[in-house]
Design a protein around this ligand. Sequence first.
Ligand SMILES: O=C[C@H](O)COP(=O)(O)O
Length: 241
Amino acid sequence: MRPLIAGNWKMNGLTEPSVALARAIRHGLGDASVEVLLCPPATQLASVTGIVEGSGIGTGGQDCHAKEQGAHTGDISAVMLRDAGASYVILGHSERRQDHGETSEMVAAKVRAAVKAGLIPIVCVGETESERASGAQEAIVGQQIAASLPEDFDGVVAYEPIWAIGTGKVPTSADITRMHDFIRKELIRDLPEGANLRILYGGSVKPSNAAEILSLPEVGGALVGGASLIAEDFLAIIRAV
Ligand SMILES: O=C[C@H](O)COP(=O)(O)O
């Protein structure tokens, strides 16, 4: 499987800068040997999808509701994301788990909705700084995987240590490898043969560290936050694969 480099724009992107960023990435990409995904805010999803159409670059949502439709003011369903052109959706990001009280059970319901709508879920897991300091990282990530993913999960998992997100701190290559191995072993026993499992790393991925992180055999790509908002940086990360 090709590595996946996904840009999570988070809550950034008015119309003009979003259009400019998507165009710059499209035009700067060339023949990428990796799969590239842009996850803009929902308000920009349809227009960014239109800009990258035909380029091989995909688009994704940053969250979805577990239901298809109904009286859920302010929410967006997986079907709506699909309708706006998305092929992926990020689920269970720590910013949603922490800021919106999302539990792994809620994430699991969203994963089911996403798959039903034809989207590939990118499910985020990761430990806090104190959980790592106490050596509990595998227990925490193991619990998140067990409760967030269905037994036959065949999508993407993103390992994002919470303490590495937007901080400039990055785990050592040995720690990333150990955790990715652990996640693969947790998942593999329930996966059908030939499953499309990819495990991404996320957390302060930059042009300066991308080559080292992405050269680790266990790492199937990256979920990039801040650096995905600067076209040259995001393109440099893609080229580092
Ligand atoms: O979804 C992306 C991650 O939260 C990483 O964000 P960051 O690259 O700004 O650390």
